[in-house]
Design a protein around this ligand. Structure first.
Ligand SMILES: *Cc1c(COP(=O)(O)O)cnc(C)c1O
Length: 377
């Protein structure tokens, strides 16, 4: 996606705009498969639930990780060319429901699809037994999230010491534990997290095996880092460590899945915005753009992700501030961007904004979410 393409898209469609390049999505998916050949990728839909992205990834061969009933139905509606008679197998091959906590109404709805769902505690297991007895279950383990940008281990995952009891309890209730899963935290650049999580999973599977429960699926979750900048090591380096542990710890016929979200889509989108106001405050130039942290730049708040701006102007740069269009003081996109002198109506753009961005757009202050356009569909 070139600057020129972004500018012409903005001229055609106006701003604020999100431009999604499907060629980049296909490239990210191919890189994932190439570097982790034993791992089937279940795209974590919450990173960016655009139906066009679902269709592109489905055509490329991906499966999907969903975390709510609407996400499940959205994926299901977009992919169901069901081979006759293979519905259950197809669902498990294509969708995992990986939110460990589910309302009973959701379980009741999901049951007819005989889905694969995660759990990490006994009350959830009782709920699944009552409302979705046809589901297969996967136990989510708590694993170290050290150094990951978005931490998840305080919210989800059973302590490794409880894991085998939770597996045995599920079998006693008549459910079948199909797999174990974990999540090392999002944007995980500390690769030791994966190594430790794989070793913890292997220990749990070995102990479950010694109690007579053979478990066939290992779900290594998400967290694969997007290369927002050069400080993030290339994916190949992480993949080599994961492959080495997988080959050392697990039998050949172990089915291994992952739930990459950010990795597949972060680099595939750019946001194009327009300068709608300009002021000098305390000696610093402040620009106001027609997007906000309540819209495409939500990742600043929810994803701890700094976004940087590029412009179509040249010239000496100075440290400037960029604010969103809403009246809220929280709506600060950057206190310190190196920008050339911009004028009202100038376009600016921000790359690598495909994950956890417009997915969380609101209508706050009456401003609608940015328009989305697709390249190379
Ligand atoms: C959010 C989430 C993911 C995706 O995480 P990324 O860091 O974007 O890869 C995967 N699995 C589960 C259960 C999640 O909640």
């Amino acid at each position: 996606m070139t600057a020129r393409q972004l500018r012409s898209a903005a001229r055609e469609h106006g701003t604020p705009l999100v431009v999604i390049d499907h060629e980049v999505i296909r490239g990210n998916y191919a890189a994932f498969r190439k570097h982790l050949p034993r791992v089937q990728a279940y795209y974590a839909v919450k990173a960016n639930p655009d139906p066009e992205i679902i269709r592109t990834l489905y055509q490329a061969g991906a499966s999907f990780d969903v975390a709510s009933l609407p996400e499940f139905m959205m994926v299901y509606e977009n992919i169901r060319h069901l081979p006759a008679g293979q519905q259950q197998e197809f669902i498990w091959d294509k969708i995992v429901y990986a939110n460990p906590i589910k309302p009973k109404e959701t379980l009741r709805e999901l049951d007819r699809y005989k889905p694969l769902v995660t759990y990490d505690n006994l009350s959830e297991l009782r709920k699944i037994r009552e409302y979705a007895p046809n589901a297969g279950v996967m136990l989510r383990l708590k694993v170290p999230n050290t150094g990951s940008v978005v931490e998840l281990s305080s919210k989800f995952g059973c302590h490794p010491g409880e894991a085998v009891d939770l597996i045995c309890q599920a079998f006693q209730m008549g459910l079948v534990v199909e797999g174990v899963s974990f999540h090392v935290g999002s944007q995980c650049t500390n690769f030791d997290n994966f190594v430790q999580a794989l070793n913890m999973s292997a220990a749990v599977l070995a102990e479950a095996g010694s109690r007579g429960h053979e478990i066939k699926i290992l779900d290594i979750g998400g967290g694969f880092p997007a290369r927002y900048d050069r400080h993030v090591q290339p994916f190949g380096a992480l993949a080599r460590r994961i492959n080495a542990e997988i080959n050392r710890l697990f039998p050949r016929d172990m089915e291994i899945l992952a739930e990459p979200g950010r990795f597949l889509v972060a680099t595939a989108a750019a946001a194009v915005s327009r300068v709608i106001g300009k002021a000098v405050r305390d000696g610093k130039t402040c620009y106001y753009i027609d997007d906000s942290v309540y819209h495409t730049f939500s990742g600043i708040i929810f994803d701890h992700c700094p976004y940087h701006f590029k412009t179509f102007r040249r010239g000496r740069t100075e440290i400037s501030a960029v604010f969103g269009q809403t009246c809220d003081g929280l709506d600060t996109i950057s206190h310190a961007e190196e920008l050339p002198e911009l004028e009202i109506e100038d376009l600016v753009y921000s790359e690598n904004i495909g994950a956890y961005s417009n997915a969380s757009s609101t209508w706050f202050n009456g401003f609608p979410p940015a328009k989305v356009v697709h390249l190379n569909r």
